[in-house]
Design a protein around this ligand. Structure first.
Ligand code: URA
Length: 242
């Protein structure tokens, strides 16, 4: 494993400027392998070194992978002046340079957004050639007809694009009496789901993403909450198409 400078390690893992990392070191708050260390240039193996600040171990993560339950009214971009973005929801201890949403949901769409600073991973799950499945719960104004369902499952032809076959099944009747369908798509065309049902004159009333690459949104997460993905969960997304 290549080595890394201690001040760089601290600034990357704790989202500190290099200057603030050096201040921590100078203040004698950092230990490596249990021994106090004040030198930022100290080289260490980030995977093996036992670094602590004020006695609290600093866990090394090369990349962050976060599962966010996106609430309505939040935009899926990194910078939108005047708007609340998905990055504004990240708690301070999980903030890190380079974090961005790997795939966007519309402002009014809720559900699973994956945030990461791993560009190669994001590229892989977004790449059309990888066909990573995404599952949505779609609330409509009326039930789909058998002909509409057949068109969705065999590949809907929109005026400008022929969509790939998708899977569609009735899920439940919502408390307001509207039909909810589970839809699995493997593309990421802009406004794809809304366009599909607008094509039938059956507008989407609510849209919620429940899974990416077979990994379901954790039901313990309330809207606006997020948690780290486990390495097993990251591997599961990779296996499902990536
Ligand atoms: N399709 C849409 O139309 N909107 C989304 O937010 C996601 C998929």
């Amino acid at each position: 494993m290549p080595t890394m400078r201690l001040d760089k390690f601290l600034s990357a893992q704790l989202n500190l400027s290099r200057t603030d990392a050096k201040k921590l070191l100078r203040a004698g708050r950092v230990t490596v392998g249990g021994a106090p260390e004040t030198k930022g240039e100290r080289q260490l193996d980030p995977d093996a070194a036992e670094v602590s600040v004020d006695g609290n171990p600093v866990v090394y993560r090369e990349h962050l992978y976060l599962m966010l339950h996106k609430p309505a009214g939040v935009v899926s971009s990194t910078d939108a002046p005047g708007d609340r973005t998905v990055l504004d929801l990240v708690p301070p201890e999980l903030r890190r340079a380079g974090l961005f949403p790997a795939g966007r949901l519309d402002r009014d769409t809720t559900g699973f957004v994956l945030l990461t600073d791993d560009g190669a991973f994001a590229h892989a799950i977004l790449s059309p050639s990888r066909h990573v499945p995404k599952t949505y719960l779609v609330t409509l104004t009326r039930p789909v007809t058998p002909e509409e369902a057949a068109a969705v499952t065999s590949g809907l032809i929109l005026p400008d694009v022929a969509l790939k076959p998708a899977s569609l099944r009735f899920a439940e009747t919502a408390p307001d009496g509207l039909p909810v369908y589970e839809l699995v798509i493997t593309q990421g065309i802009y406004h794809q789901v809304k366009r599909m049902f607008a094509h039938f004159g059956d507008p989407v009333v609510r849209l919620h993403r429940v899974s990416i690459g077979g990994l379901r949104l954790d039901p313990a997460l309330s809207p606006g909450e997020m948690r780290l993905l486990t390495p097993e969960e990251v591997a599961e997304i990779r296996q499902n198409g990536v």
